[in-house]
Write a protein that binds this ligand. Structure first.
Ligand code: ADP
Length: 453
């Protein structure tokens, strides 16, 4: 596997090299377009100056003259008519030159180098010199002149070279060091992922950074927290389910044993069997509720909407609870105008039934439960009772799964603590909201708002 680190390093180095090459070509283009002719003209002028200065300050031997000129930072090469050449100053690296060029220069032409590349400027060869004819000692020489770069800018060249090499090497070092700095958080994130897979959620990431990596670390941390919470919830859910299953099973076991082993009156036996029946019913309804929750959580397209009369649905739900109400002597007042709604009929049935049975369960005999429906931007259904109410501290929790408010007061009222969470989930799947308002001892109101389509 190629590591991110080596990838970034190689990329940076390639970029540096590539930029160098591109810059070289750019400089070359600039040299060809603007500098080359200027430079040649300059050397050509110097060569002419060398020629015209010869002998002006009194008679001087040609060799001595050229040696002095060479000492001033030039490289010279003269060829006499017998094609014999003499060098002055630092030796040329390559001293070959086409004899026909020499002849042409001796015949009066000037020679300018034809290099295509900027490096020709530094090439220490006769071919990269300027050639002009030169008269002395009664014969015509070909005189080739080029500035002695080594002598003129030797130190500058070394400095420029050092600067370039230093910049490149230093950038290499920085690339190696800073790539670590970029890659380190990614490695940390990878380690954090592995830790989460192993169930360890307390991970320390650098969330202070103000860049994309810091952003990623922040999102990652909140994701880890969410996962942690989810994991906790799952564990809590499993233990709640086990607990909810365990307690009816224990009582079924106990009463079944009593019925089998103990001498009982027929009244006692009947009561015990009733309890067994009741607990089995509770278990069965718990199973159904869990299945409902599971499918509400899992299936994205569980909501099958159709248009139907909401007022009629509520009336049917009221009828369905008639037996329960009758037993407890609780009354229902329904205030619903005739109206159509587009929703999942079966799921909403469950919502109304849960709210109404809760109302009945937590009301005292003789009290009345009101169901009011109003329509403005949303369809609002309010189920309110005059029962025991819910303490403020518990209002926020009653929609949580398995939450049973004030267990001491609830002991006699059977329930799994799932009804409201199911109702909330269904309302949310319809794009609506559900809220509870209550004053302890004065009853509770559940307000469901559904978008009016
Ligand atoms: P359960 O099946 O236990 O009724 P729910 O999810 O329906 O579960 O309700 C959760 C808790 O909210 C109940 O245990 C109860 O304490 C409280 N609650 C719900 N409805 C009412 C109400 N109408 N009056 C008072 N308390 C209520």
């Amino acid at each position: 596997m190629k590591s991110l680190y080596s990838r970034i390093v190689v990329t940076f180095v390639l970029i540096a090299l590539f930029s160098g090459v591109v810059a070289l070509f750019g400089v070359n283009l600039y040299y060809q377009k603007s500098l080359k002719s200027y430079n040649e003209q300059k050397i050509f002028n110097i060569a002419k100056e060398i020629r015209s200065l010869y002998g002006q300050s009194g008679p001087i031997e040609m060799r001595t003259y050229f040696s002095r000129i060479a000492d001033m930072g030039f490289q010279l090469y003269t060829v006499d008519e017998r094609m014999e050449g003499t060098f002055y100053g630092a030796p040329f690296k390559r001293s070959d030159i086409d004899p026909s060029v020499v002849r042409r220069v001796q015949a009066g032409e000037t020679y300018v180098p034809t290099s295509k590349f900027v490096t020709g400027l530094f090439e220490n060869t006769i071919r990269h010199s300027v050639g002009i004819p030169f008269q002395a000692n009664g014969q015509t020489y070909a005189l080739f002149v080029r500035p002695n770069m080594e002598l003129q800018f030797g130190e500058v060249r070394i400095l420029a070279g050092l600067l370039l090499a230093g910049t490149f090497l230093l950038s290499l070092v920085f690339i190696f060091v800073f790539t670590r700095y970029i890659v380190k958080p990614v490695e940390k994130l990878t380690a954090a992922t592995t830790a989460i897979v192993d169930g360890e959620y307390d991970i320390a990431l650098d969330v202070q950074r103000r860049d994309e990596i810091g952003n990623l670390a922040r999102h990652f941390s909140s994701m880890a927290q969410a996962l942690h919470k989810l994991d906790d919830m799952r564990q809590e859910f499993v233990s709640s389910v086990s607990h909810e299953i365990q307690s009816p099973l224990t009582s079924i076991q106990g009463f079944a044993q009593a019925v089998r082993n103990e001498p009982l009156t027929s009244e006692e036996r009947n009561r015990y069997l009733e309890i067994i029946e009741e607990e089995s019913r509770r278990l069965s309804s718990l199973g159904k509720q869990l299945l409902t929750l599971a499918s509400l959580d899992k299936e994205a397209d569980i909501v099958k909407k159709s248009a139907y009369r909401l007022d009629e649905q509520l009336r049917q739900v009221v009828l369905l609870t008639e037996w329960q109400r009758h037993e407890k002597e609780v009354f229902v007042e329904l205030n619903a105008p005739e109206m159509m709604i587009t929703a999942d009929r079966q799921l909403l049935n469950q919502v109304w039934l849960n709210l109404l049975t809760n109302g009945i369960k937590f009301s005292d005999p003789g009290q009345t439960i009101r169901i009011d429906v109003s329509v403005n931007q949303a369809v609002t259904v309010t189920v309110s009772d005059q029962g025991i109410g819910i303490p403020d501290t518990e209002l926020d929790h009653i929609f949580e799964r398995f939450y049973k408010a004030d267990k001491a007061r609830n002991r006699t009222r059977s329930g799994s603590g799932l009804g409201l969470s199911i109702a909330k989930k269904i309302v949310q799947l319809h794009g609506g909201t559900i809220e509870a308002q209550s004053r302890l001892g004065e009853g509770a109101a559940f307000i469901v708002r559904l978008p009016h389509l």
